[in-house]
Write a protein that binds this ligand. Structure first.
Ligand code: F6R
Length: 362
């Protein structure tokens, strides 16, 4: 049931404030995080290895920044199909973490089985608690996104980010890197997320306008730095999946190492850059794009728009959000841009060609 929406994808995008609230209710007590990770001693973990495919892989890439920065935990992230055949060494002290919406992705499951007798502990972050990946883990953490029907993952991504962030915060607190007050502050910010999502959903009209123009392009580039880099990757994946427009993402700092050669006035460049500690750096990359005629669509907040929005082609203004939480919120414009570009192209949004919801063969 599409609940009055034209597509499951639109419904699932709009559901994000609600499912995030549910997930937070499930996992937060007043000032503590109630993730079922009993017996996991965060002080005995030397290294976290995170493995997944597609959008779930980008959730892992985002979480790497959180685990490193907040919890001081060394993290490695890999694509399941690479990890499983590379057969990397898993030294003791390693916890292996697998992220999968369906919990049935063949490569992710194979990677998990490879780690079975090697990792200290196997954790999974899943949407389907009865799935193979959940059943074969020592600890399965449900994301509480509800059933996701649209082939392009939307609400599962933000709910994966939410659980991964909670785990990183729990680790940071347990490892003495974050005191009670700082944790309580973060949790308060998180509780404000559903409200920010609702405010961001109000930008739908502006995003649809930008998407109309983007839909005319043959190639689109996404740029982001730090926490926005995995988001840029996710934005490019969403766009190519459902609108069939060729899209690529780069870390902003990589631009001059090659991809800048692609820039001309026919290539829209989507820059994801809240006014955070890396903003100036990203803006200088953006200016390099504009100096070569590239058409920039800047996704930022009011402060960012004020500072750098002057000559850009399109500005999508997002609500203010803390630097740590920005990836959750900035998933939304990435999803909506892809959705509206697909509508403009008349593609089958919920059932894009050549794709399956659950990839149970490698
Ligand atoms: C993208 C998408 C895919 C999945 C990937 C992993 O929108 O849906 O990239 O994220 O196939 O699937 P799960 O999470 O079920 O393991």
């Amino acid at each position: 049931d599409k609940g009055g929406y034209k597509h499951f994808m639109a419904k699932e995008i709009a559901e994000q404030p609600g499912v995030l609230s549910n997930a937070l209710r499930a996992y937060l007590n007043r000032d503590t995080i109630a993730l079922p990770v009993e017996g996991l001693d965060f002080n005995k973990i030397d290294r976290l290895v995170m493995v997944a495919c597609g959008t779930a892989f980008y959730a892992c890439l985002t979480a790497k920044y959180w685990f490193e920065k907040l919890a001081g935990l060394p993290v490695e992230v890999d694509i399941a199909s690479e990890f499983r055949y590379r057969e990397p060494p898993i030294p003791s002290g390693t916890v292996a973490l697998f992220v999968s919406q369906s919990g049935e992705t063949a490569d992710t499951l194979a990677a998990l089985r490879y780690c079975r007798d090697k990792a200290d502990r196997i954790i999974s972050v899943v949407n389907v608690p009865e799935s193979s990946i959940a059943r074969e883990s020592d600890i399965a953490l449900p994301i509480h996104a509800g059933v996701e029907v649209g082939v392009a993952s939307t609400k599962a991504f933000t709910c994966q980010l939410n659980v991964l962030l909670l785990l990183a915060l729990k680790a940071a607190h347990a490892r003495g890197r974050m005191d009670d007050a700082a944790l309580a502050g973060m949790l308060d910010d998180l509780r404000g997320m559903p409200g920010l999502f609702n405010a961001a959903l109000d930008r739908d009209g502006v995003i649809a306008q930008a998407a109309q123009k983007i839909a005319e392009a043959r190639d689109v580039l996404f740029l982001g730095r730090g926490l926005m880099y995995p988001l840029a990757l996710e934005g490019a994946l969403k766009l190519k999946e459902i609108s069939y427009i060729h899209a690529e993402a780069y870390a902003s700092g990589e631009l001059k190492h090659g991809p800048i050669a692609l820039i001309d006035k026919s290539v829209p460049v989507i820059v994801m850059a809240p006014r955070d500690s890396l903003f100036e750096k990203t803006v200088s990359n953006m200016q390099e794009v504009m100096a070569r005629g590239g058409k920039v669509c800047l996704i930022t907040d009011a402060a960012g728009a004020q500072e750098a929005g002057g000559d850009v082609w399109q500005v999508i203004r997002m609500p203010e959000v803390s630097e740590t939480l920005a990836p959750l919120l900035y998933a939304l414009p990435a999803q909506l841009l892809a959705y509206h570009a697909a509508i403009a192209k008349g593609t089958d949004v919920d059932q894009p060609r050549n794709l399956a919801k659950s990839v149970t063969v490698e």
